[in-house]
Write a protein that binds this ligand. Structure first.
Ligand code: SAM
Ligand code: SF4
Length: 338
Protein backbone atom coordinates (compact mmCIF):
# COMPACT_ATOMS: atom_id res chain seq x y z
CA UNK A 1 0.00 0.00 0.00
CA UNK A 2 1.19 3.48 -0.90
CA UNK A 3 1.74 5.69 2.16
CA UNK A 4 2.02 9.45 2.43
CA UNK A 5 5.17 10.36 4.29
CA UNK A 6 6.30 13.83 5.27
CA UNK A 7 9.93 15.02 5.27
CA UNK A 8 10.30 14.02 8.93
CA UNK A 9 9.32 10.41 8.28
CA UNK A 10 5.84 10.73 9.74
CA UNK A 11 3.14 8.78 7.93
CA UNK A 12 0.01 10.81 7.26
CA UNK A 13 -3.00 8.51 7.60
CA UNK A 14 -5.54 10.76 9.30
CA UNK A 15 -7.61 13.48 7.61
CA UNK A 16 -9.85 15.91 9.44
CA UNK A 17 -12.37 17.72 7.32
CA UNK A 18 -14.13 20.89 8.37
CA UNK A 19 -17.40 20.58 6.45
CA UNK A 20 -18.65 24.05 7.40
CA UNK A 21 -17.32 27.10 9.22
CA UNK A 22 -20.82 27.81 10.61
CA UNK A 23 -22.10 26.85 13.99
CA UNK A 24 -25.25 27.05 16.10
CA UNK A 25 -23.13 27.94 19.18
CA UNK A 26 -20.70 30.80 19.76
CA UNK A 27 -18.30 29.40 22.35
CA UNK A 28 -16.40 32.31 23.85
CA UNK A 29 -12.92 30.83 23.30
CA UNK A 30 -13.73 29.78 19.73
CA UNK A 31 -15.79 32.51 18.04
CA UNK A 32 -16.84 36.11 18.35
CA UNK A 33 -20.54 36.65 18.80
CA UNK A 34 -20.93 38.22 15.38
CA UNK A 35 -18.85 36.12 13.06
CA UNK A 36 -18.65 36.70 9.32
CA UNK A 37 -18.95 33.34 7.65
CA UNK A 38 -17.85 32.33 4.20
CA UNK A 39 -20.23 32.89 1.30
CA UNK A 40 -21.85 29.56 0.41
CA UNK A 41 -20.45 29.68 -3.12
CA UNK A 42 -16.91 29.36 -1.74
CA UNK A 43 -17.65 26.06 -0.07
CA UNK A 44 -16.84 22.73 -1.58
CA UNK A 45 -20.00 20.85 -2.46
CA UNK A 46 -20.60 17.61 -0.59
CA UNK A 47 -19.86 15.74 -3.83
CA UNK A 48 -16.50 17.54 -4.04
CA UNK A 49 -15.77 16.66 -0.42
CA UNK A 50 -16.54 13.04 -1.13
CA UNK A 51 -14.22 13.10 -4.14
CA UNK A 52 -11.38 14.69 -2.18
CA UNK A 53 -11.76 12.37 0.80
CA UNK A 54 -11.78 9.40 -1.54
CA UNK A 55 -8.49 10.52 -3.11
CA UNK A 56 -7.02 10.74 0.40
CA UNK A 57 -8.34 7.27 1.30
CA UNK A 58 -6.77 5.90 -1.89
CA UNK A 59 -3.49 7.50 -0.78
CA UNK A 60 -3.47 5.75 2.58
CA UNK A 61 -5.74 7.73 4.91
CA UNK A 62 -7.27 5.21 7.37
CA UNK A 63 -9.18 7.60 9.59
CA UNK A 64 -11.56 10.40 8.62
CA UNK A 65 -13.04 12.87 11.07
CA UNK A 66 -15.70 15.36 10.01
CA UNK A 67 -15.74 18.50 12.07
CA UNK A 68 -16.36 22.23 11.69
CA UNK A 69 -17.82 24.67 12.77
CA UNK A 70 -20.60 22.34 13.70
CA UNK A 71 -20.58 19.48 11.17
CA UNK A 72 -24.20 18.52 11.82
CA UNK A 73 -25.53 21.95 10.77
CA UNK A 74 -24.23 21.54 7.22
CA UNK A 75 -27.24 20.85 5.01
CA UNK A 76 -27.47 17.21 3.87
CA UNK A 77 -24.30 16.27 5.72
CA UNK A 78 -25.71 12.78 6.29
CA UNK A 79 -25.38 12.19 2.57
CA UNK A 80 -21.61 12.66 2.95
CA UNK A 81 -21.41 10.29 5.94
CA UNK A 82 -23.36 7.68 4.01
CA UNK A 83 -21.16 8.03 0.92
CA UNK A 84 -17.95 7.84 2.93
CA UNK A 85 -19.29 4.77 4.72
CA UNK A 86 -18.50 2.74 1.58
CA UNK A 87 -14.78 2.99 2.41
CA UNK A 88 -15.48 1.30 5.75
CA UNK A 89 -17.35 -1.46 3.93
CA UNK A 90 -14.45 -1.98 1.52
CA UNK A 91 -11.93 -2.08 4.38
CA UNK A 92 -10.00 0.90 2.99
CA UNK A 93 -10.91 3.01 6.01
CA UNK A 94 -10.66 1.98 9.67
CA UNK A 95 -12.74 4.75 11.12
CA UNK A 96 -15.25 7.41 10.12
CA UNK A 97 -16.08 9.74 12.95
CA UNK A 98 -16.97 13.30 13.92
CA UNK A 99 -16.46 16.00 16.52
CA UNK A 100 -19.70 17.73 17.43
CA UNK A 101 -21.17 20.06 20.01
CA UNK A 102 -23.98 17.53 20.39
CA UNK A 103 -26.81 19.96 19.68
CA UNK A 104 -28.14 17.97 16.71
CA UNK A 105 -27.27 14.47 17.89
CA UNK A 106 -30.77 13.53 18.96
CA UNK A 107 -31.78 14.02 15.32
CA UNK A 108 -28.81 12.28 13.71
CA UNK A 109 -27.41 9.63 16.07
CA UNK A 110 -29.26 6.72 14.44
CA UNK A 111 -28.33 7.82 10.92
CA UNK A 112 -24.69 8.20 11.94
CA UNK A 113 -24.61 4.70 13.38
CA UNK A 114 -26.20 3.36 10.19
CA UNK A 115 -23.52 5.09 8.09
CA UNK A 116 -20.84 3.19 10.02
CA UNK A 117 -19.85 5.76 12.65
CA UNK A 118 -18.94 3.94 15.88
CA UNK A 119 -17.58 6.73 18.07
CA UNK A 120 -18.32 10.42 18.47
CA UNK A 121 -16.44 13.18 20.24
CA UNK A 122 -18.81 15.57 21.95
CA UNK A 123 -17.55 18.87 23.31
CA UNK A 124 -18.89 19.77 26.74
CA UNK A 125 -17.17 22.14 29.15
CA UNK A 126 -19.62 22.18 32.05
CA UNK A 127 -22.62 20.40 33.56
CA UNK A 128 -24.07 23.64 34.94
CA UNK A 129 -26.89 24.92 32.70
CA UNK A 130 -26.18 28.60 33.31
CA UNK A 131 -22.46 28.32 32.82
CA UNK A 132 -23.10 26.25 29.69
CA UNK A 133 -25.23 29.08 28.32
CA UNK A 134 -22.49 31.60 29.21
CA UNK A 135 -19.69 29.61 27.56
CA UNK A 136 -21.57 28.66 24.39
CA UNK A 137 -23.56 31.95 24.28
CA UNK A 138 -26.33 30.31 22.18
CA UNK A 139 -26.44 26.73 23.47
CA UNK A 140 -28.73 24.94 25.90
CA UNK A 141 -27.39 22.12 28.05
CA UNK A 142 -30.61 20.08 27.87
CA UNK A 143 -30.28 19.89 24.09
CA UNK A 144 -26.79 18.37 24.39
CA UNK A 145 -27.91 15.98 27.14
CA UNK A 146 -30.70 14.74 24.87
CA UNK A 147 -28.14 14.32 22.10
CA UNK A 148 -25.86 12.28 24.36
CA UNK A 149 -28.76 10.05 25.35
CA UNK A 150 -29.60 9.45 21.69
CA UNK A 151 -25.95 8.66 20.92
CA UNK A 152 -25.89 6.06 23.68
CA UNK A 153 -29.15 4.52 22.51
CA UNK A 154 -27.79 4.32 18.98
CA UNK A 155 -24.81 2.36 20.32
CA UNK A 156 -22.24 5.09 19.63
CA UNK A 157 -19.25 5.24 21.94
CA UNK A 158 -18.86 8.75 23.31
CA UNK A 159 -15.78 10.70 24.23
CA UNK A 160 -16.32 14.04 25.89
CA UNK A 161 -13.90 16.88 25.07
CA UNK A 162 -13.59 19.55 27.73
CA UNK A 163 -11.55 22.72 27.38
CA UNK A 164 -10.13 23.41 30.87
CA UNK A 165 -10.67 27.08 31.66
CA UNK A 166 -9.18 28.66 34.75
CA UNK A 167 -11.77 30.54 36.77
CA UNK A 168 -14.57 29.15 34.59
CA UNK A 169 -14.88 25.38 34.91
CA UNK A 170 -11.76 24.48 36.90
CA UNK A 171 -13.84 23.69 39.97
CA UNK A 172 -15.81 21.13 37.95
CA UNK A 173 -13.09 18.94 36.49
CA UNK A 174 -13.44 16.24 39.18
CA UNK A 175 -17.22 16.28 38.75
CA UNK A 176 -16.79 15.80 35.00
CA UNK A 177 -14.48 12.80 35.52
CA UNK A 178 -17.00 11.18 37.89
CA UNK A 179 -19.98 11.97 35.65
CA UNK A 180 -18.25 10.53 32.56
CA UNK A 181 -17.40 7.38 34.54
CA UNK A 182 -21.08 6.96 35.48
CA UNK A 183 -22.20 7.52 31.89
CA UNK A 184 -19.58 5.19 30.41
CA UNK A 185 -17.89 8.02 28.48
CA UNK A 186 -14.19 8.58 27.96
CA UNK A 187 -13.01 12.12 28.64
CA UNK A 188 -10.28 14.32 27.26
CA UNK A 189 -9.23 17.66 28.65
CA UNK A 190 -7.87 20.29 26.23
CA UNK A 191 -5.74 23.36 26.87
CA UNK A 192 -7.14 26.56 25.42
CA UNK A 193 -5.21 27.47 22.26
CA UNK A 194 -4.50 30.92 20.82
CA UNK A 195 -6.38 30.59 17.53
CA UNK A 196 -8.19 33.44 15.79
CA UNK A 197 -8.72 36.91 17.17
CA UNK A 198 -11.75 37.34 19.41
CA UNK A 199 -12.30 41.03 19.96
CA UNK A 200 -14.88 43.25 21.56
CA UNK A 201 -16.31 46.23 19.67
CA UNK A 202 -13.36 48.43 20.65
CA UNK A 203 -10.96 45.97 19.00
CA UNK A 204 -9.53 44.80 22.33
CA UNK A 205 -8.83 41.11 22.88
CA UNK A 206 -11.98 39.77 24.41
CA UNK A 207 -11.25 36.07 24.37
CA UNK A 208 -10.10 35.91 27.97
CA UNK A 209 -7.82 33.09 26.84
CA UNK A 210 -4.73 34.47 28.49
CA UNK A 211 -6.29 34.51 31.94
CA UNK A 212 -8.09 31.22 31.36
CA UNK A 213 -5.13 29.11 30.37
CA UNK A 214 -4.35 26.34 32.82
CA UNK A 215 -1.64 23.75 32.46
CA UNK A 216 -3.08 20.27 32.23
CA UNK A 217 0.00 18.94 33.97
CA UNK A 218 -1.30 20.66 37.10
CA UNK A 219 -4.79 19.29 36.45
CA UNK A 220 -3.41 15.78 36.16
CA UNK A 221 -1.55 16.13 39.46
CA UNK A 222 -4.71 17.42 41.10
CA UNK A 223 -6.83 14.54 39.80
CA UNK A 224 -4.15 12.07 40.93
CA UNK A 225 -4.95 13.00 44.51
CA UNK A 226 -8.40 11.48 44.12
CA UNK A 227 -7.92 8.76 41.49
CA UNK A 228 -5.14 6.41 40.45
CA UNK A 229 -4.05 7.52 36.98
CA UNK A 230 -1.88 5.03 35.12
CA UNK A 231 -0.32 6.23 31.88
CA UNK A 232 -1.16 3.97 28.96
CA UNK A 233 0.54 3.49 25.63
CA UNK A 234 -2.90 3.93 23.97
CA UNK A 235 -2.94 6.41 21.09
CA UNK A 236 -6.10 7.34 19.29
CA UNK A 237 -4.23 8.69 16.28
CA UNK A 238 -4.72 11.97 18.11
CA UNK A 239 -2.42 14.21 20.12
CA UNK A 240 -3.65 13.20 23.57
CA UNK A 241 -1.72 11.37 26.28
CA UNK A 242 -4.03 8.81 27.87
CA UNK A 243 -4.33 7.51 31.40
CA UNK A 244 -6.54 4.76 32.81
CA UNK A 245 -8.49 5.77 35.88
CA UNK A 246 -7.90 2.78 38.20
CA UNK A 247 -11.10 3.15 40.21
CA UNK A 248 -13.49 3.59 37.25
CA UNK A 249 -11.73 1.90 34.32
CA UNK A 250 -12.35 4.91 32.09
CA UNK A 251 -9.84 6.48 29.76
CA UNK A 252 -8.75 10.03 30.50
CA UNK A 253 -6.85 12.05 27.91
CA UNK A 254 -4.91 15.30 28.10
CA UNK A 255 -4.31 17.41 24.99
CA UNK A 256 -1.49 19.75 25.88
CA UNK A 257 -0.28 21.70 22.85
CA UNK A 258 1.10 24.49 25.02
CA UNK A 259 2.65 22.78 28.01
CA UNK A 260 3.77 19.66 26.15
CA UNK A 261 4.40 19.55 22.47
CA UNK A 262 3.15 16.40 20.70
CA UNK A 263 4.19 17.21 17.15
CA UNK A 264 6.69 14.36 16.74
CA UNK A 265 3.77 11.91 16.57
CA UNK A 266 1.55 14.03 14.32
CA UNK A 267 -0.08 11.89 11.63
CA UNK A 268 -2.77 14.20 10.34
CA UNK A 269 -3.61 16.97 7.92
CA UNK A 270 -6.70 19.17 7.84
CA UNK A 271 -9.00 20.19 5.02
CA UNK A 272 -11.17 23.29 5.29
CA UNK A 273 -14.65 23.59 3.82
CA UNK A 274 -13.21 25.63 0.95
CA UNK A 275 -10.67 22.97 0.03
CA UNK A 276 -7.56 24.45 1.66
CA UNK A 277 -5.34 21.74 3.02
CA UNK A 278 -3.49 22.72 6.21
CA UNK A 279 -0.51 20.63 7.19
CA UNK A 280 -0.47 21.82 10.82
CA UNK A 281 -3.12 23.23 13.16
CA UNK A 282 -0.68 25.84 14.43
CA UNK A 283 1.06 26.92 11.20
CA UNK A 284 -0.03 28.54 7.98
CA UNK A 285 1.44 26.08 5.46
CA UNK A 286 -1.41 25.26 3.12
CA UNK A 287 -2.37 24.20 -0.38
CA UNK A 288 -5.48 25.16 -2.32
CA UNK A 289 -6.94 21.88 -3.49
CA UNK A 290 -10.23 23.40 -4.69
CA UNK A 291 -8.60 24.97 -7.74
CA UNK A 292 -6.90 21.68 -8.63
CA UNK A 293 -10.11 19.71 -8.05
CA UNK A 294 -12.19 22.02 -10.20
CA UNK A 295 -9.50 22.28 -12.87
CA UNK A 296 -9.49 18.63 -13.84
CA UNK A 297 -11.89 15.72 -13.85
CA UNK A 298 -9.10 13.25 -13.38
CA UNK A 299 -7.76 12.68 -9.88
CA UNK A 300 -4.12 12.47 -10.99
CA UNK A 301 -3.42 16.20 -10.56
CA UNK A 302 -5.16 16.18 -7.19
CA UNK A 303 -3.06 13.27 -6.07
CA UNK A 304 0.20 14.95 -7.03
CA UNK A 305 -0.88 18.27 -5.45
CA UNK A 306 -1.49 16.36 -2.20
CA UNK A 307 1.98 14.79 -2.46
CA UNK A 308 3.53 18.25 -2.83
CA UNK A 309 1.53 19.54 0.12
CA UNK A 310 2.62 16.69 2.40
CA UNK A 311 6.24 17.60 1.61
CA UNK A 312 5.51 21.00 3.20
CA UNK A 313 4.31 19.57 6.51
CA UNK A 314 6.22 21.54 9.16
CA UNK A 315 8.06 19.90 12.00
CA UNK A 316 5.75 21.43 14.59
CA UNK A 317 3.76 24.39 15.81
CA UNK A 318 4.92 27.12 18.12
CA UNK A 319 1.88 28.12 20.09
CA UNK A 320 2.50 30.65 22.83
CA UNK A 321 0.04 32.10 25.22
CA UNK A 322 0.63 35.14 27.36
CA UNK A 323 0.65 38.87 27.50
CA UNK A 324 2.57 39.54 24.29
CA UNK A 325 1.42 36.56 22.33
CA UNK A 326 -1.01 37.38 19.56
CA UNK A 327 -3.16 34.58 18.24
CA UNK A 328 -0.55 32.11 16.94
CA UNK A 329 -2.55 31.67 13.79
CA UNK A 330 -5.09 34.13 12.50
CA UNK A 331 -7.75 31.58 11.61
CA UNK A 332 -10.27 30.36 14.16
CA UNK A 333 -10.40 26.75 15.27
CA UNK A 334 -13.70 26.46 13.41
CA UNK A 335 -11.86 26.92 10.08
CA UNK A 336 -9.59 23.91 10.45
CA UNK A 337 -11.86 22.17 12.89
CA UNK A 338 -9.94 21.51 16.08
N1 SAM B 1 -18.41 22.33 16.85
C1 SAM B 1 -17.78 21.08 17.14
C2 SAM B 1 -17.45 20.98 18.61
O1 SAM B 1 -17.51 22.00 19.32
O2 SAM B 1 -17.11 19.88 19.03
C3 SAM B 1 -16.54 20.80 16.32
C4 SAM B 1 -15.60 21.93 16.04
S1 SAM B 1 -14.81 22.64 17.46
C5 SAM B 1 -13.83 23.90 16.69
C6 SAM B 1 -13.66 21.37 17.91
C7 SAM B 1 -13.06 21.45 19.28
O3 SAM B 1 -12.21 22.59 19.33
C8 SAM B 1 -14.05 21.60 20.42
O4 SAM B 1 -13.81 20.58 21.37
C9 SAM B 1 -13.72 22.96 21.01
O5 SAM B 1 -13.91 22.98 22.40
C10 SAM B 1 -12.28 23.13 20.62
N2 SAM B 1 -11.80 24.51 20.55
C11 SAM B 1 -12.31 25.56 19.86
N3 SAM B 1 -11.55 26.66 20.00
C12 SAM B 1 -10.52 26.31 20.82
C13 SAM B 1 -9.40 27.00 21.35
N4 SAM B 1 -9.16 28.27 21.06
N5 SAM B 1 -8.55 26.31 22.16
C14 SAM B 1 -8.78 24.99 22.44
N6 SAM B 1 -9.81 24.28 21.97
C15 SAM B 1 -10.68 24.92 21.17
FE1 SF4 C 1 -19.14 26.00 17.54
FE2 SF4 C 1 -17.55 24.01 18.29
FE3 SF4 C 1 -16.59 26.52 18.07
FE4 SF4 C 1 -18.26 25.96 20.03
S1 SF4 C 1 -16.24 25.07 19.74
S2 SF4 C 1 -18.38 27.76 18.64
S3 SF4 C 1 -19.57 24.48 19.13
S4 SF4 C 1 -17.34 25.28 16.44
Amino acid sequence: MYLMQDPFGRTVDYLRVSVTDRCDFRCVYCMSEDMTFLPKKDLLTLEEMDRLCTVFVNKGVRKLRLTGGEPLVRKNVMWLFERLGRHLDSGALDELTLTTNGSQLSRFADDLARAGVRRVNVSLDTLKPELFADITRWGRLTQVMEGLKAAKEAGLKVKINTVALKGVNDDELETLVAWCADEGFDLTFIEVMPMGAIMDDTGADDSGREGQFMSLEDVRLRLSQRWTLAETSYRSAGPARYFMVGETGQRLGFITPLSHNFCELCNRVRLTCTGMLYMCLGQDDSMDLRAVLRGSESDAKLSSAIDQAILKKPKGHDFLIGRDADAAVARHMSVTGG
